[in-house]
Ligand binder design. Structure first.
Ligand SMILES: [Cu+2]
Length: 159
């Protein structure tokens, strides 16, 4: 039935833009995830990589999510051998480069989770940049990945 086919095609068109929200942006977010935390924990961290394909430096100014009462941009600092988190006003994304939000470094801090996050759940996260643009993401919740260096080098295709 052509009518059904076109309905399917239309549905696909309607769904597609959600997955490629940032297609026309020079800022491309990849590998975003929210860390699954032990039960009872009321905070979590979001990590991602943000590539800047433009010719000018950009800054991530703010993140927001309905799942947490407060969302802050943080980094880790080594305070005499003790890793501590500090709020930062912005995260730089150099022209032609990228910002890495990863364990032990920059991250989005979710404080005061309204309910426990479940593995595989998708968390709405909105990023606001210094050029006035915003990106709405759906970030999956997953377990912390082992550090890349700790993974055996000769095990492709596993996971
Ligand atoms: Cu933090």
């Amino acid at each position: 039935m052509p009518a059904q086919l076109s309905a399917l095609a239309l549905a696909a068109l309607l769904v597609l833009p959600v997955a490629v929200t940032a297609a026309d942006s020079n800022l491309v977010v990849s590998d975003a995830y929210v860390r699954l935390m032990p039960p009872g924990t009321t905070t979590s961290l979001a990590f991602m990589s943000i590539s800047n394909r433009s010719g000018s430096d950009r800054r991530l100014l703010q993140a927001a999510s309905p799942v947490a009462r407060t969302v802050e941009l943080h980094t880790h600092i080594d305070d005499h051998g003790v890793m501590r988190m500090r709020q930062v006003a912005a995260i730089d994304i150099p022209a032609g480069g990228r910002a890495e939000l990863r364990s032990g470094g920059y991250h989005v801090m979710l404080i005061g989770l309204r309910q426990p996050l479940q593995e595989g759940e998708r968390v709405p996260l909105t990023l606001r940049f210094d050029d006035g643009s915003t990106q709405k993401l759906e970030v999956p919740v997953r377990r912390p990945q082992p550090a890349l260096a700790a993974e055996p080098p000769a095990a492709p295709g596993k996971h």
